[in-house]
Design a protein around this ligand. Structure first.
Ligand SMILES: NC(=O)c1ccc[n+]([C@@H]2O[C@H](COP(=O)([O-])OP(=O)(O)OC[C@H]3O[C@@H](n4cnc5c(N)ncnc54)[C@H](OP(=O)(O)O)[C@@H]3O)[C@@H](O)[C@H]2O)c1
Length: 259
């Protein structure tokens, strides 16, 4: 793992949860001493030396920020020969990564877009790339939750819907909890009630579909339809669509330098 930050740590925790990957098999790097110490507490091997990390690994996961990709790849490219490289960096295309590494290096390049739920093996990871060792990549991310292989363009389109959405859902959960607190529901009950309602609804939607669930809660002149009317008046649904689409457009523009 080159870059054991937020998502790197979540992936390592998920892998360790399975018991299938011993901590001694995981090598991870970061820049700052504090980050390395935090990673070391997971029992894995840590170093500031990316070359040492790559030398010891068969599968190299690149989990740094987009502006750090070029320097990191320049530093380790000759050592990538014969390895599998999985980049988590949005918008850095396989072609661009190949260009930075150079043609002479026999590395299989894949991209993955996971979300933070991999830390409890309930992640969703979009994967892209083709090569002989696609099954290894599918296996590693399959240990962390659900995976789907997609075309490279779709992986970028999914960035906000999968990687960023846990934070947005947490914000929405918080709004529901605040409403509950405002109405006077005790703190320990409001969290349980809201979270389990979200989890249960998600499971129900998976099985029965979104409209089926909604339509069975709505009754003529009932409470739910009144609440939905308020939601529609305040444009909550439109705001969610608009915020995702607009943020994606901004991201696409900002990231065009890395593609
Ligand atoms: N967070 C998510 O949920 C998520 C989901 C999908 C994809 N991604 C993508 O994954 C990448 C990492 O995101 P993040 O949220 O984990 O960011 P982050 O928390 O900032 O982690 C980046 C890590 O890279 C390390 N690093 C920086 N330069 C390095 C270098 N030259 N050599 C080795 N390590 C270096 C940093 O070290 P220090 O800690 O010492 O600074 C840090 O630990 C980004 O491209 C992001 O878009 C993130």
């Amino acid at each position: 793992m080159i870059g054991i930050g937020s998502i790197g740590t979540a992936i390592v925790k998920g892998l360790l949860n399975t018991g299938e990957v011993p901590p001694s098999n995981i090598y991870a790097s970061a820049r700052r001493f504090e980050s390395l110490e935090r990673a070391r507490s997971l029992g894995i091997n840590v170093s500031m030396d990316n070359r040492w990390i790559v030398t010891n690994s068969d599968v190299v996961i690149l989990a740094v920020k987009p502006f750090q990709v070029e320097n990191v790849l320049k530093e380790v490219r000759d050592l990538l020969d014969g390895k599998v490289l999985v980049s988590l960096v949005p918008f850095a295309t396989i072609d661009r990564i190949r260009e930075l590494i150079g043609d002479g290096v026999g590395v299989e390049i894949y991209r993955a877009m996971p979300n933070v739920n991999v830390e409890i093996n309930a992640g969703f990871t979009a994967l892209t790339g083709s090569g002989m060792r696609r099954d290894i990549v599918g296996y590693v991310f399959g240990l962390l939750g659900r995976t789907v292989w997609v075309e490279e363009k779709v992986l970028d389109l999914l960035t906000l819907l999968t990687a960023c959405t846990p934070a947005i859902i947490a914000e929405i959960l918080d709004a529901f909890m605040l409403a509950g607190l405002y109405l006077g529901i005790p703190k320990e009950i409001v969290e349980e009630a809201v979270v389990h309602t979200f989890v249960g609804t998600s499971m129900n939607v998976l099985r029965n579909g979104v409209y089926s669930v909604r339509n069975r809660v709505i009754t003529p002149r009932g409470l739910t339809i009144k609440m939905i009317k308020h939601f529609l008046r305040t444009n909550v649904k439109y705001s969610i669509v608009e915020s995702i689409v607009e943020t994606y457009r901004e991201l696409e523009k900002a990231m065009s330098v890395y593609t």
